[in-house]
Design a protein around this ligand. Structure first.
Ligand SMILES: [Zn+2]
Length: 351
């Protein structure tokens, strides 16, 4: 028997030296095995060749069976490994765009362990470009949480400066920065929280002359504005460019949030609010007052929806609006439908 095993090893070694592929060497050893078993079956008992190669076919068949079992096991294991879910695999370009820098994996560890986000979701957040319109009550928590969550690029447009009356709720700003343009105050706070985020501050009002060019640099629009003209403009341009827009609004003790995205089957802002309300029906925060933590709650919900929109986790607020009543601690969710005669999106089909 030892003679045959030495012969098999010699065949394998020779094949290796001659650079025969593994499958070819396996075939050579397999042929040797078949030849030996055939010898035992054909030749009479006691034949010198049979005596020299182990005496009986039984031993060889047992050995062959064992080898076959090991081979099948290894093959099955390989197949199972190949069936690992594709979403848990690192993307092929992991070394290219948006590579994490030292320390970032620790920073985002609690995200990466979430099944719905994981490594690919965190990478999507890093590659995401989000434009926040308004650095006020809603923009403040949205930007802080998006920066903390690892959104790679945050643009912010606002023409105001920080005032003392803002600080009761706009927690991205600080007493020492009163008088500073809000976008630069926000930039300082974001950089202090997460230096890995790129901030693009635009200290000006959003208007029709720049909206289209500005929006094309972003994947997602966050509407945290406090006036209807800007909101309608943002909606129109977001619809034109097929960008999702997460929109929040506040009134005294009540806030609302929804994701408008006609290209994604949801209505746009104008489907739901076809015309601005009369000014006395929608007074501003300055005129009517607002609960300090309310923008925190609504803005943080907007940030959560943004993370979901970017990573594809769960079910977003497309076609739904959450309304939160802080005075009674109640919330409700209503379904929203596109309007066929919507001048902005033509009934949810996009521009
Ligand atoms: Zn519409």
């Amino acid at each position: 028997m030892a003679l045959v095993l030495v012969l098999a090893a010699a065949l394998w070694g020779l094949g290796h030296l001659m650079k025969v592929p593994v499958a070819g060497r396996q075939a050579m050893v397999g042929l040797l095995f078949v030849a030996v078993v055939s010898l035992h079956l054909v030749l009479p008992a006691g034949h010198p060749l049979r005596e020299a190669t182990g005496g009986s076919a039984g031993e060889w068949l047992v050995l062959g069976g064992l080898v076959a079992l090991v081979w099948l096991y290894a093959r099955g294991l390989g197949r199972l490994r190949r069936r690992v879910r594709p979403e848990n695999r690192p993307p092929p370009d992991s070394a290219a765009e948006g590579a994490f820098r030292a320390g970032e994996l620790d920073r985002y560890a609690r995200h990466i362990m979430l099944r719905e986000i994981g490594g690919p979701g965190q990478r999507a957040l890093k590659n995401a470009r989000v434009l926040v319109i308004g650095a006020g009550g809603l923009g403040a928590p949205v930007m802080l949480y998006l920066a903390a969550a690892g959104v790679g690029t945050i643009g912010v447009i606002d023409d105001d400066v920080v005032e003392e009356t803002n600080l009761q709720r706009q927690i991205i700003h600080a007493d020492a920065r009163i008088g500073m343009p809000k976008v630069f105050s926000a930039e300082a706070a974001i950089k202090a929280l997460n230096p890995h985020v790129t901030v693009r501050p635009y200290h000006r009002r959003l208007d029709g002359a720049i909206a289209h060019d500005l929006f094309t640099d972003y994947d997602l629009i966050i509407d945290g504005t406090d006036n209807f003209d800007t909101r309608y403009l943002a909606n129109r341009v977001a619809v034109e460019l097929s960008l999702p827009m997460i929109s929040g609004a506040l009134a005294q003790w009540e806030g609302q949030v929804s994701t408008f995205h006609p290209a994604g089957g949801a209505p746009c802002y104008r489907c739901i609010f076809p015309a601005p309300p009369a000014p006395h029906l929608a007074p501003s925060c300055a005129e009517a007052g607002v609960l300090g933590p309310l923008p925190g709650i609504i803005g943080t919900m907007m940030a959560a929806e943004a993370v979901k929109e970017i990573t594809g986790a769960g079910q977003g607020l497309r076609g739904r609006m959450v309304i939160w009543d802080a005075l009674f601690g109640e919330s409700r969710t209503i379904a929203l439908k596109p309007r066929a005669d919507c001048p902005d999106c033509g009934g949810g089909k996009g521009a």
